[in-house]
Design a protein around this ligand. Structure first.
Ligand code: ZME
Length: 521
C-alpha cells in the first residue's frame, strides 16, 4: 500500500534531516501558568532531554515542561488545567513510563510530559487470600511488582519479556509474552484501575464500575486517560522453572507443535519461539555475545539449513516436586517433532527466568549496544496466513536476523477480551511476530526501516490480514484501517473521555484543535 511506504519515507526524511519537530506554542506563557498550580510534586522546565527520548531512539520531540507528580491529584490538576484552557492552548499531555516506546509515542512536542515513575504516593500493596491481587502505581516497574509480590510467594500471571517497563505503559498496549496463550495478555489480568481522564477527572473503573472506561483504557494507547493505579491478579509463584529450547528445521512441524502445546491439557507454563536466519552470520554477530543460552551452540548441532526455528518453553516447579515436573516435561517433549540433538534445558529461579532480557541488557550496555536505534516491527498474524507470511519473509525478504531476535509464537483469541481497545485479527489462533532489530551501523536504520516496509507491503498485497502490535501510523486513514469496524467506538470513547485530544499526542491518532488555527468543519 502507498500509505505505509509514505509513512516510512516521512520517518526516513525526518531522520535524514536530523531535525526535531516542535509545535508552535507561546512558550513564555506556559511555565507562568503551570507554576501557579498547587502541587505536591513539581514542574521542571529544564532537563527536558530525557522526556524527548525513547527506547526506539528514532524520534525526538522536546516538551516545554516535565511534571514530576507527587500525587495522583497533581496529574488531575495538570490535565484539568490544560482542559480548562480549551482551544486557547495547544498544550498536550503525555504520560511517560520507563520510556520504552519506539516511535515517539510517549512524547509530547511542545507539551507536558508526566514522569510517571515519580508517582510514589500510590503505595504498592499486596492482598493475599483466595483471589490474591496487588495494587500498584501506574508508574511502577513490573520488576518492582515482582520483587514485592514474591515476598508473599505470589506473582502476576501474565508478563512481558522485559520487566523494566511500567504497569501503565504495558496495560495501555496489551502486554504479551509466553504466558499469553494460557492467561491472556496482561490486560486480561487486571481487576480494577484508577484513571485520570482527559477532562482531569479521577475515575475508579472495573468490569462492574465505569466499565466502558475500564475497557477503553486497556490497550487504549493512552488515548482515554492516564492509568495511575492498577489492581493486578496474582497466583502462587513457583520457586524454579525448567527452561527448555529445541530446534526445528521445518516451519510446519515447528508451528504444529506450538499449536498442539497451546491446546494440550497439561501443558507448559510459557511458550514462545523464535526464528534464526543465516546462523553463520548470527554466530559471528549478536548471538554469540548476546545470549548465553544460544540454542545452536548449546546443542552442538550443525545443520546446513539457512533458517532454523527454536521452540522455547518453561515448566514451573518447586524443588520438592522436581520428579513430577520431569515426568510431565518428558511426556510433553515426547509428543514433539524437534531435531533430537538440539534439546537444551536449564533450571533457574523464577526471578532469573522472568528478568532474562535484563541480563542481555547489561551485556549490551557494556558494549554501548543498548542505547542504539530500535526500528522494531511487531505484527499479529492470523493462523491461516502464517505459512504464506513465513515463506516470503524468512525465505526471501530477510537474509539474516538483522541484529536482533525474531519472535514467533501463537496465542488464543479466547483469552483476549473483545471489549478492550486492542486490535487483534478475527481468528481463533493468531501469531505474535516481533522483529526486534538493533540498528548498529550508520546505514542500519534506513536498511531496517526498508525491510520493515517490505514486510508490511507484502502483507498488504498478499492479504495476510496482519495487524500491528504497538501500532505506528501517522495518518487518519491508516488508523481507521487499523481499527476497522471498531473505529467508531474508538472515536466515540475519545469524545467521551478526552474530547480536546490532550492525551498521548505521540500516537498521532487525534490532533488537538487550536483556536488560533481555522477549525475545519
Ligand atoms: C534489544 C534486545 C531485545 C535485547 C534483547 N531483546 C529481547 N530478547 C528476547 N526477547 C525479547 C527481547 N525484547 C523483547 N523480547
Amino acid at each position: 500500500m502507498k500509505k505505509s511506504l509514505l509513512q516510512y519515507l516521512k520517518l526516513f526524511l525526518l531522520l535524514g534531516l536530523g531535525r526535531v519537530t516542535t509545535m508552535h506554542v507561546a512558550k513564555q506563557d506556559v511555565p507562568a501558568s503551570l507554576v501557579t498550580l498547587p502541587l505536591d510534586g513539581h514542574f521542571s522546565f529544564h532537563d527536558l532531554s530525557t522526556a524527548a527520548r525513547d527506547f526506539g531512539n528514532l524520534s525526538s520531540s522536546p516538551p516545554v515542561a516535565v511534571l514530576h507528580p507527587g500525587s495522583v491529584a497533581d496529574i488531575a490538576i495538570t490535565v484539568r488545567h490544560v482542559f480548562l484552557m480549551g482551544h486557547h492552548s495547544t498544550l498536550t499531555v503525555a504520560a511517560r513510563g520507563h520510556g520504552h516506546s519506539l516511535y515517539g509515542q510517549s512524547q509530547a512536542a511542545g507539551g507536558i510530559v508526566i514522569r510517571m515513575e515519580s508517582l510514589r504516593s500510590v503505595r504498592m500493596q499486596v492482598h493475599p487470600g483466595a483471589s490474591p491481587y496487588v495494587d500498584a502505581s501506574g508508574g511502577e516497574l513490573w520488576i518492582n511488582v515482582l520483587d514485592e509480590t514474591l515476598k508473599y510467594r505470589l506473582a502476576p500471571k501474565s508478563w512481558t519479556d522485559y520487566l523494566h517497563l511500567t504497569v501503565g505503559g504495558t496495560l495501555s498496549n496489551a502486554g504479551v509474552s509466553g504466558q499469553t496463550f494460557r492467561h491472556g495478555p496482561q490486560i486480561s489480568n487486571v481487576n480494577e484501575m484508577e484513571i485520570v481522564t482527559g477532562r482531569g477527572d479521577v475515575v475508579t473503573c472495573s468490569p462492574e464500575q465505569n466499565s466502558d472506561l475500564f475497557h477503553a483504557a486497556l490497550g487504549g494507547l493512552g488515548q482515554f486517560g492516564i492509568i495511575t493505579r492498577a489492581r493486578i491478579a496474582l497466583e502462587p509463584a513457583p520457586q524454579m522453572v525448567r527452561w527448555i529450547r529445541v530446534l526445528y528445521l521445518d516451519f510446519t512441524s515447528f508451528t504444529e507443535d506450538q499449536e498442539m502445546l497451546l491446546s494440550a491439557e497439561k501443558t507448559f507454563d510459557y511458550i514462545e519461539g523464535f526464528v534464526i536466519i543465516n546462523r553463520e552470520g548470527i554466530l559471528n554477530n549478536w548471538r554469540s555475545s548476546f545470549n548465553p543460552q544460544d540454542p545452536v551452540r548449546a546443542s552442538q548441532f550443525e545443520p546446513d539449513e539457512e533458517v532454523l526455528f527454536c521452540l522455547e518453553m518453561t515448566k514451573n516447579f518447586n524443588p520438592e516436586e522436581a520428579d513430577t515436573m520431569e515426568q510431565e516435561v518428558n511426556a510433553l517433549l515426547s509428543q514433539l517433532r524437534y531435531t533430537p540433538p538440539s534439546l537444551f534445558h536449564t533450571d533457574v529461579t523464577y526471578m532469573e527466568f522472568l528478568d532474562r532480557v535484563h541480563y542481555s541488557e547489561m551485556k549490551l550496555r557494556a558494549k554501548g549496544m543498548w542505547e542504539v536505534p530500535h526500528p522494531w516491527l511487531n505484527l499479529i498474524i492470523p493462523r491461516s496466513t502464517i505459512h504464506k507470511f513465513a515463506r516470503e519473509v524468512f525465505g526471501k525478504i530477510l537474509k539474516d536476523n538483522n541484529n536482533g531476535p525474531i519472535l514467533l509464537y501463537p496465542v488464543s483469541r479466547s483469552r483476549w477480551d473483545n471489549r478492550t481497545s486492542v486490535v487483534i485479527p478475527d481468528e481463533e489462533i493468531f501469531y505474535l511476530v516481533g522483529f526486534l532489530s538493533s540498528a548498529l551501523g550508520p546505514q542500519s536504520v534506513e536498511h531496517t526501516l526498508n525491510l520493515n516496509m517490505q514486510i508490511i507491503e507484502f502483507s498488504n498485497k498478499a492479504s495476510i490480514g496482519v495487524k500491528q502490535y504497538l501500532p505506528n501510523y501517522t495518518t487518519e486513514p491508516e488508523w481507521k484501517a487499523h481499527y476497522g469496524a471498531r473505529w467508531d467506538t474508538f472515536q466515540q470513547r475519545k469524545t467521551t473521555y478526552d474530547p480536546l485530544a490532550i492525551l498521548a499526542p505521540g500516537q498521532r491518532i487525534f490532533q488537538k484543535a487550536s483556536a488560533s488555527l481555522p477549525l475545519s468543519s
